[in-house]
Design a binder for this molecule. Structure first.
Ligand code: BES
Ligand code: ZN
Length: 958
């Protein structure tokens, strides 16, 4: 498929006339947007924080002591650690706590003379050593180490602070020894515990999640990504349990410690690596394994899950994906083993610990009788994502968290390449357009968006780091890297990537280092690009937002401007538009005004010819046309939609709806892009339409527009429903294609949602059959939507049945489908009770609390209940569920998504004000985004409601 522009020679015959050049032009000429907003840089005053002695100087003025700064000084550089940890998987009956104990020795080199040691430490209690201090220091090479003068814990900045009575000498090596205890809490961060039931017995797992800043919660360490070191890990654990870490097991022996017969497992030293990639796990899980070219691959999970074969899919796919990345990176897998483990409690989806990747159960375990094709795709892509990090992120690590977008954006791009290798039939690479490009367009079109790149000095506190794990880093990162790879060609892109990895292996780099290597590849291959890689990419990396490119087919003029969902919203720094001219590379350039780009004569079409830009949505921009071209495109959609590539059909719908929201085209024009859907059978355009119509549901499901809208959409979806009914022989078979399977779900969910009787009868009948016979007749692909519809149509009986199925599910993937569907009931009392359950870890696991609240808020009846609940419990939720990185922004955005009235806006502003003290942590940005979205929604409804109502009413009529 070509790229850039697509032009019909005559209706129905499409030809590609402009290749990479046009895309390059658009990349190079894109607008310069506002620079990053000032980040909140509130300085926190020091607290005494110490458990033994207070900081020697206490002043009321803001302190500028090194221990009050969040970043480590550069004076000490770790070389290696010897760490022994002993997690207790049984509760201490006196204290009621689960704990771990540990000893650590870190060898570090003094790079600059200093009499101060700062090492990260959070929530650890130290056993006092010589002279009552929290640590002891020895020196290597004969000279005597200075004595410790005072030692304390600085809680705010999370340091163990040691003041010395003399200087550490440059280039000398020292050992710092500590003995400590920590709580093995159920808080999903650092060294934590996960619990599950097996054969009626409660089991406990000790496991870790270090990224971004919780290694310091497991042992004292220089917890910054550039402080790479070698780790010698030893775990003490109960006899018969399995201990895992990043390295291979070196030796394991039975020992008696403090009167306990235990097992001591020593691991091979790690490669030189960052602390955030460490992992320590003790469990009595089982595993399956194979070996590929000398690399041991193992999948660990609860014993019954392994016995049921739920690890098999992951095991079968890991080898091929690993081999794919070895080829892609031209670098063999750097470790002797690759373990992957499914944990009952896990905050994110998965974590790329080097050699020991941790997952949520739903992201690793597959079972044909329970898992949908979507679950399967998630497993393949998440494995690919984490394996991609083994090189990009782990072997070469970004110097500081401000460049996180490159790490996550890169893995989020190449996960599609890895998954494609595992499942070539799926066409999974196309889906990046829906899951990343369109997803992030929605947030990057807000004035409260932010650039990919942040300044190093703006990212200091753990919450600021956590906030970076957002859709911009992941999905915009993935989108612009895909554009770059496409633009440079995969050959040049991988060439630069390979030399980048080779140069910085076992070290650290910044994103500009990658650009330099890509530039070298461009130069070496003589690739013709209009500007340097760095100049081209700065447009996308240093500025927020993206352009809307307008193609005027009557003049051939192409123009662009910053696309803002709310054109009246204020961008803090005014946009500056940049037009590059005088480059012979470009087609003749007419700088008529600042946002005019250039003219391409071929864009000038007449008669029935049409132009389509941004083929396959490789470019990170939206496209608008003159009215005439829109009309011609609508004409093609209605007469011969297959003349337009399927991804672009999805794009036309998404662009039109969003251009309408931004008041660039009329809402009626956007709605008209859905008229051809009664002939559409492909998943991507339907998914795009459903996603955009969701916005209409959010805005209108409490208003008089709802009825006529339902009638119109029901008419549109009925042919799709009938198509799948016959394709599957009256719902008996499963469609063959992956995308068809997805679209079958769309057909059923939209048909039921719009009240198609036949659909509702079908889902109710399946669910009743399950309740009566206790045998579930519903195909896993359809379960989420069928459960949801049946629970919505039913009452307490259906809900209670689903709840008991949820509690007894033997696989998390089934429990998740039920957890989602339980939020679909229309009974307020059931919803309120369900909300209460979300904060009771015995009912809903902590990892699932916020997503369950968001499910409830998505329900029109649950919306206000969920909002009241979150407002009332904010400080509890914030303190108890604060660790998660994605969850807070999702929670805030989720419970406010439907907001579209002045009253709701006031409530939201009040919420922000009331909780200013408590804070919003990683959800801070989401609060502003929600306010902005609400303001835009209010205006949108005022301006569009009548038109939309009239249009649906008119379309309803046969
Ligand atoms: N490094 C992240 C996991 C993570 C996220 C740790 C946030 C700490 C805070 C991991 O590589 C990741 O991105 N996981 C994704 C999966 C992926 C397929 C997008 C996740 O957990 O959802
Ligand atoms: Zn990642």
């Amino acid at each position: 498929m070509g790229k850039g522009f697509f032009i019909s020679k005559a209706v129905g015959i499409a030809a590609i006339i402009v290749g990479a050049g046009a895309l390059a032009t658009i990349i190079a000429l894109s607008v310069v947007y506002s620079q990053e907003k000032a980040k909140n840089n509130d300085n926190v005053l020091p607290t005494d924080g110490g458990t033994t002695s207070k900081p020697p100087v206490t002043t009321t003025a803001p302190s500028n002591e090194p221990w009050d700064k969040y970043r480590l000084p550069k004076s000490l550089v770790p070389d290696h650690y010897n760490v022994t940890l002993w997690p207790r998987l049984k509760q201490n009956l006196t204290t009621g706590l689960f704990i771990f104990t540990g000893q650590s020795t870190v060898e570090f080199v003094c790079a600059e003379e200093t009499d101060l040691i700062l090492i990260h430490s959070n929530k650890l209690n130290y056993t006092k050593r010589e002279n009552n201090h929290l640590a002891s220091l020895t020196s290597l090479g004969g000279v005597k180490a200075p004595s410790i003068k005072s030692s304390w814990l600085q809680q705010v900045t999370q340091y163990l602070v040691l003041q010395l009575d003399g200087k550490l000498m440059k280039d000398h090596r020292y050992h710092l020894h500590t003995d400590f205890t920590g709580e093995l809490a159920d808080d999903l961060g650092g060294f934590y515990r996960s619990e599950y039931m097996e054969d009626g017995v409660k089991k406990v797992v000790a496991t870790t999640q270090m990224q971004p800043t919780d290694a310091r919660k497991a042992f004292p360490c220089f917890d910054e990504p550039a402080m790479k070191a070698i780790f010698h890990i030893t775990l003490i654990h109960d006899l018969g349990t399995v201990a895992l870490s990043n390295g291979e097991e070196k030796e394991s022996s039975n020992v008696n410690i403090e009167g306990h017969d235990v097992q001591k497992t020593v691991f091979q030293p790690t490669e030189k690596m960052s602390t955030y990639l460490l992992a320590f796990i003790v469990s009595d899980f089982s595993f399956i394994n194979n070996t590929i070219d000398g690399v041991l691959i193992r999948i660990f999970a609860r014993t019954p899950a392994i016995a049921a074969g739920q690890g098999d899919y992951a095991l079968n796919k890991t080898g091929p994906i690993l081999k794919f990345f070895e080829k892609y990176y031209n670098s063999s897998y750097p470790l002797p083993k690759s373990d992957q483990i499914a944990l009952p409690d896990f905050n994110a989806g998965a974590m790329e610990n080097w050699g020991l990747i941790t997952y949520r159960e739903t992201a690793l375990l597959y079972d044909e009788t329970f898992s949908s094709n979507s679950n399967k795709q998630r497993i393949a892509t998440i494995i690919a994502h984490e394996l991609a990090h083994m090189w990009f992120g782990n072997l070469v690590t970004l110097r500081w968290w401000n460049d996180l977008w490159l790490n996550e954006g890169f893995a989020s791009y190449v996960e599609y390449l890895g998954a494609h290798e595992a499942e070539p039939e799926w066409n999974v690479k196309d889906l990046i357009v829906l899951s990343d490009v369109h997803r992030v367009f929605a947030v990057d079109a807000l004035a409260s968006s932010h650039p990919l790149s942040s300044k190093e000095e703006d990212i200091q506190k753990p919450a600021q780091i956590s906030e970076l794990f957002d859709a911009i880093s992941y999905s915009k990162g993935a989108s612009v890297l895909r554009m770059l790879s496409d633009f440079l060609t995969e050959k040049v892109f991988t060439m630069g990537l390979r030399t980048y990895l080779a140069e910085f292996a076992f070290g650290n780099a910044g994103y500009t280092d990658l650009w330099s290597h890509l530039q070298m590849a461009v130069d070496a291959t003589g690739t013709d690009i209009p500007e340097t890689v760095s100049n081209i990419m700065n447009t996308w990396v240093l500025q927020m937002g993206f352009p809307v490119v307008t193609v005027n087919t009557s003049t051939g003029i192409i123009s662009q401007k910053h696309f803002l969902l709310d054109p009246d919203s204020e961008v803090t720094t005014p946009s500056i538009y940049k037009c590059v001219d005088g480059l012979s590379y470009f087609p003749p350039l007419r700088t008529i005004n600042l946002c005019i780009l250039f003219t391409i004569d071929e864009m000038k079409v007449s008669g029935s010819d049409w132009v389509l830009a941004n083929i396959n949505v490789v470019g990170y921009y939206r496209v608008n046309y003159d009215q005439g071209n829109w009309e011609r495109l609508l004409g093609v959609l209605s007469t011969n939609h297959v003349a337009i590539p399927v991804i672009n059909r999805a794009q036309l719908v998404d662009d039109a709806f969003n251009l309408a929201r931004a008041k660039i085209i009329s809402t009626v024009l956007a709605l008209r892009t859905t008229k051809y859907l009664n002939k559409e059978r492909e998943y991507m355009p339907w998914e795009s339409a459903v996603g955009n119509l969701d916005f209409f549901y959010l805005m209108f499901d409490r208003s008089e527009v709802y009825g006529p809208m339902q009638d119109y959409l029901r008419n549109q979806v009925t042919p799709l429903f009938t198509h799948y009914k016959s394709l599957t022989d009256n719902w008996k078979n499963v469609p063959v294609g992956h995308m068809d399977q997805y679209n079958q779900v769309n057909a059923i969910s939209l048909a039921c949602r719009t009240g198609l009787r036949e659909c509702q009868n079908l889902t109710n009948q399946w669910f009743n059959q399950w309740m009566e016979t206790k045998l579930n007749p519903i195909h896993p692909n359809l379960r989420s939507t069928v459960y949801c519809n049946a629970i919505a149509a039913g009452g307490a009986k259906e809900w209670e049945f689903a709840w008991s199925q949820f509690k007894n599910a033997s696989i998390a993937i089934e429990a998740d489908k039920l957890r989602y569907a339980l939020a679909c009931t229309k009974q307020p009392w059931l919803l309120n009770r369900y909300l209460e359950y979300t904060l009771d870890p015995n009912m809903i696991r902590k990892q699932d609390a916020t997503s369950t609240i968001v499910y409830i808020a998505n329900n029109v009846i649950g919306q206000s209940l969920a909002w009241d609940f979150v407002r009332a419990r904010w400080s509890y939720i914030f303190t108890q569920y604060g660790g998660g990185s994605f969850s807070f922004s999702n929670l805030v955005n989720g419970v406010t998504e439907r907001f579209s009235t002045e009253y709701e806006l006031q409530q939201l502003k009040q919420f922000k004000e009331d909780n200013a003290e408590v804070g919003f942590g990683s959800g801070t940005l989401a609060v502003d985004q929600s306010i902005e979205r609400t303001i835009a929604n209010i205006k949108w409804i005022a301006e569009n409601k009548q038109n939309v109502l009239d249009w649906f009413k008119a379309e309803e009529k046969p």
